[in-house]
Design a protein around this ligand. Structure first.
Ligand SMILES: [Zn+2]
Length: 483
């Protein structure tokens, strides 16, 4: 690793800090085409841990995996009018192939509703074919001119699940399942607390009746919309003719949903947990869970042998944490250099070993999360201890996230206060809003904050007034500036 000058302070300039961490921890690099990103092995290994956790959830819910083409004929893509209008500004379109101009240009998928539902219309004819729930792990393209690694790139990786159901009720259950499954992954694996709810009319997915996001508040007071589950109602089934005969022989249109979770989540992970020394990775997603760093000197051979023994000791335990155990022993790098490298990479546990530890048959253990004073452990009990420490770190990271969310959420009933918060600390604001589009736009103009969501279990109130226009408002909404 090259640059070991100090990172920019996260609190002073979070955008600059973020780019430096992505680069120096070797998570990603820029692609040669504007807006594109290369996910480097260390970043990809984090994504693989996400995929492995989520794929289990998806399959155990009864959904199955498949793969559909990335090219969608423009004539097909244009069949659902809200959908095409919403996506048109960001689609990439292939107009030439094999040296010839194409009669029907091909849209590179910005999402797969149309290409999948075209097949669904042929595959579904009876109530016996339902529910049909198919998931894809793939890449999609939504045109961007500026790259902000993981958070805004023209091409990104994700999963997209698409359900077709016989009844509105079954469909809604799958929509809720989608967002709750994401919530579980975020809380248990990313150690990131967040909010789920429904989007306003103007913020929802093009072609959806309802969009349910999981929103994460990160340092600097902005939110990252990190995944969504959509209730598509019968919009697409009517546009594409996806109908079936119900048990009484009556022809009905199917009810549909889609849900997607992308590599954006890694941007949220980096921004939320990182600190001035670099990444801080939750043990359940860390590609390397333990790094062993020897103090090299006269007894090199003996110490390295001892490190191997420690490594074997930790690896022999059947662990719930997928990461590996690494020995950092490049003698071109000083001990201090290897310590900062392990901190930059966010490895949860570091074990240091010198001649004293060798003599006493112990190790010194330190935690990336809080730089706690190293504790001494006997090698014989190391594997169990390591597992306990990792469980503890994972839990404490989530508690930190929960507290951060609580401390930075404000209920406000005065627009001047609203403006002041958005100018200074930022954060999430809870306020009553009339749900009028004009009003939403004006709030955005004056504060850069958008409506993020209305909680699912929100109570309908009477006698409350809109924070901006004073008209009647029934629901409490969350507002924030977004990445
Ligand atoms: Zn209003």
């Amino acid at each position: 690793m090259g640059d070991f000058t100090k990172l920019t302070s996260k609190t002073k300039n979070i955008s600059k800090w973020y780019l430096e961490v992505i680069d120096r921890a070797k998570l990603a690099d820029y692609g040669p085409a504007k807006g594109t990103m290369i996910i480097r092995p260390y970043g990809y290994a984090i994504w693989e841990n996400v995929v492995s956790a989520m794929d289990k959830e998806i399959k155990s819910s009864g959904a199955v995996n498949a793969y559909f083409p990335m090219f969608i004929p423009n004539s097909l893509f244009s069949k659902e009018k809200d959908h095409v209008a919403g996506f048109a500004p960001e689609t990439a379109v292939v107009t030439h192939g094999g040296g010839e101009e194409l009669a029907d240009p091909l849209v590179v998928r910005p999402t797969s509703e149309m290409i999948m539902y075209d097949a669904y219309s042929r595959w579904i004819s009876s109530w016996r074919d339902l529910p049909l729930v198919i998931n894809q792990w793939n890449n999609i393209v939504r045109w961007e001119k500026r790259t902000y690694p993981f958070l805004r790139t023209s091409e990104f990786l994700w999963q997209e699940g698409h359900g077709a159901h016989a009844t509105k009720k079954d469909n809604w259950e799958r929509v809720i399942w989608g967002i709750k499954m994401y919530e579980k992954i975020y809380k248990e694996f990313f150690a990131l607390d967040g909010l789920i709810g429904t989007k306003s009319e103007s913020e929802k997915f093009a072609g959806a009746q309802e969009t349910l996001p999981y929103e994460i508040l990160v340092e600097g007071g902005k939110v990252i919309q990190s995944c969504t589950s959509h209730d598509l109602g019968q919009n697409f089934s009517k546009a594409l003719g996806i109908s079936f005969q119900d048990k009484n022989g009556k022809t009905e249109y199917v009810w549909q949903n889609s849900w997607g979770f992308s590599t954006r989540s890694i941007g949220a992970l980096v921004m939320s947990h990182g600190d001035d020394k670099g990444l801080v990775l939750p043990p359940k997603l860390a590609p390397v869970k333990v790094v062993i760093i020897p103090i090299l000197g006269k007894k090199d051979t003996e110490i390295l042998k001892y490190c191997e023994k420690i490594k074997g000791n930790i690896e022999k335990l059947d662990s719930e944490f997928p990461g590996g155990v690494e020995i950092s022993s490049d003698n071109e790098k000083s001990f201090g250099h290897r310590i900062s490298e392990s901190e930059l990479r966010g490895i949860p546990i570091k074990i240091t070993v010198g001649t004293r530890e060798l003599q006493e048959n112990t190790v010194s253990i330190g935690f990336r999360l809080d730089g706690m004073k190293p504790t001494i452990a006997r090698v014989s009990e190391l594997s169990e201890k390591t597992e306990e420490y990792l469980v503890d770190i994972q839990e404490r990271m989530f508690i930190n996230s929960e507290e951060f969310l609580k401390e930075n959420t404000f209920e406000v009933n005065d627009f001047e206060k609203f403006k002041k918060i958005m100018k200074t600390t930022k954060g999430l604001i809870k306020a009553y809003w009339c749900e009028e589009k004009d009003c939403e736009e004006k709030i955005k103009e004056e504060t850069k904050a958008t409506t993020r969501l209305k909680k699912l279990d929100v109570k309908k109130e009477s006698g409350e007034k809109c924070i901006y226009c004073n008209k009647v408002a029934h629901y409490l909404w969350y507002f924030a500036q977004a990445y």
